[in-house]
Design a protein around this ligand. Structure first.
Ligand SMILES: [Zn+2]
Length: 70
């Protein structure tokens, strides 16, 4: 219905005004959506926990060192 669309439009404008004319940036904070460098992951071979930064990723699996990679 047109009436429904009108209400949605008004609510939209109100939200727009509420944020000071700037569109809110949802989910744009750092360390979101991507794995943090310091996140611990488990080595698939020896079950040692290493940070993502130090790990070696082979076909989607994490390994602590070259010795553990297949
Ligand atoms: Zn390992």
């Amino acid at each position: 219905m047109i009436f429904k669309l009108l209400i949605f439009a008004i609510i939209g404008v109100m939200i727009y005004k509420f944020f000071g004319g700037k569109l809110p940036k949802v989910g744009k904070t750092p360390h979101e959506k991507k794995l943090d460098d310091d996140t611990l992951v488990e080595c698939k071979t020896c079950n040692t926990y290493v940070t993502v930064k130090e790990s070696i990723i082979v076909s989607g699996e994490y390994y602590c060192s070259k010795e553990c990679t297949p």
